[in-house]
Write a protein that binds this ligand. Structure first.
Ligand code: PLP
Length: 393
């Protein structure tokens, strides 16, 4: 707030869509935007400087998830990591079987490669979820057949923040000899991501969700996992992904991972306190509201709610006019008219799904910002309910 009591700046509550770069990440990247420009594959000193930076970033990312250096494949982000995991493992293991298991609440970056693979002759099982968006590990065990080659279950859901039982599923996949991939794009930086503790064979991460740059991410691939590449060319990334490395991007990614690891003991708790302040404030001030996702097994920065008789898109527009940025479902789906597939899988009607909104908090979120939102929200909801064709039904 400024002296006149007016809000001095816009409020960003869409950190699940993307995050601003941390200033230290920007500082780490700057030398690689001009001075240090060599190609890491070049043998001369320019190339070696760039190679050292890529190696250093890889070592950071690897050590922060408990992986070996050679188990990290740098990619262009979460979508590419998910595509590489699913298609790469499916094609490499076709002789062992053609069955893939995933869930009905995955991000499109998993759902669409699965659809593609189904068109190519693979069988895909989509596991159901409960009313909170959680998968039952028993369902995973029951779905495995001798043809199953890969299971992909996201670590934390991008819409409702549900934290899936990854450790339990990892134990099942290990005992049954099936590869296990998790999309940890929303979890990294907010939850522990040690690959051995989780028991995963492949894990996707994206830098722009954890205060790093856009267009860079990683796929963790456990040593021994059979996976084909689908970007053929040079020998970069141990022949698993050709193309000259995004040097400044991976440098920023490494820095962002290091900062996140340094803050993981404090920042998630701070965020969870703000999340709970927002959720309880909404319930105190507004009737006809429901929290979507599990009350406890949820990301520390996620508040997804359904307001009866209030279209989520209209609410997001009104909040934007009040300088508060939120979204209805995932950013990748915001242009779509269909109700959220995640909420529908959780058993919501299409109206209930359309009446939902996601607040996602982050490093810059303050208690004052939450209180501002709680101040403006009741009147906006009341106004929208008065105009709502749904309330007259
Ligand atoms: N997976 C999840 C769970 C996500 O939330 C996102 C981004 O919204 C992605 C994958 C895609 O990541 P990227 O934007 O880096 O391609």
């Amino acid at each position: 707030m400024d002296d006149s009591g007016k809000k001095a700046r816009r409020i960003y509550l869409d950190y699940a869509a993307t995050t601003p770069m941390h200033p230290d990440v920007v500082d780490a990247m700057i030398p690689y935007m001009s001075g240090v420009f060599g190609n890491p594959s070049s043998g001369h000193s320019y190339g070696q400087e760039a190679r050292a930076a890529v190696d250093d970033a890889r070592a950071k990312v690897a050590s922060l998830i408990g992986a070996a250096i050679d188990e990290i494949v740098f990619t262009s982000g979460g979508t590419e990591s998910d595509n590489l995991a699913l298609k790469g493992v499916a094609y490499a293991n076709r002789d062992r079987g053609n069955h893939i298991i995933t869930t009905s609440v995955e991000h499109l970056a998993v759902i669409e490669p699965c659809r593609f693979l189904r068109d190519q002759g693979f069988d895909v099982t989509y596991l159901p979820v409960d009313e909170y968006g959680l998968v039952d590990p028993g369902d995973v065990a029951r779905a495995i057949t001798e043809r199953t080659i890969l299971i992909s279950v996201m670590y934390a859901n991008n819409e409702v923040g549900a934290i899936e039982p990854i450790i339990e599923i990892g134990k099942i996949t290990k005992s049954r000899g099936v590869y296990f991939h998790t999309d940890a794009v929303q979890a990294a930086g907010r939850l522990p991501v040690n690959v051995d503790e989780l028991g995963v064979d492949l894990m996707s991460i994206s830098a722009h969700k954890l205060y790093g740059p856009k267009g860079v991410g990683a796929l963790y691939v456990r040593e021994g996992v059979e996976m084909v590449s689908f970007l053929h060319g040079g020998e970069q990334e141990h022949m698993r992904r050709a193309s000259t490395e995004n040097v400044m991007g991976v440098v920023g990614f490494g820095a962002a991972m290091e900062i996140a690891a340094g803050e993981v003991a404090t920042e998630p708790d701070r965020m969870a306190a703000l999340r709970d302040r927002l959720a309880s404030g909404i319930f105190e001030r507004i009737d006809g509201v429901r929290l979507n996702g599990h009350p406890e097994r949820r990301l520390p920065n996620n508040v997804n709610v359904t307001f009866d008789f209030v279209d989520g898109q209209a609410l997001a527009r009104q909040l934007d006019m009040a300088d508060v940025a939120v979204s209805t479902a995932s950013a990748c789906q915001s242009g779509r008219k269909d109700p959220s597939h995640v909420l529908m899988a959780m058993g919501y009607s299409s109206d209930e799904a359309r009446n939902s909104i996601r607040f996602s908090l982050g490093r810059e979120t303050t208690a004052e910002e939450i209180d501002y939102v709680l101040d403006v929200l009741p009147a906006i909801i009341e106004g929208l309910r008065k105009q709502s064709p749904q309330s007259e039904e």
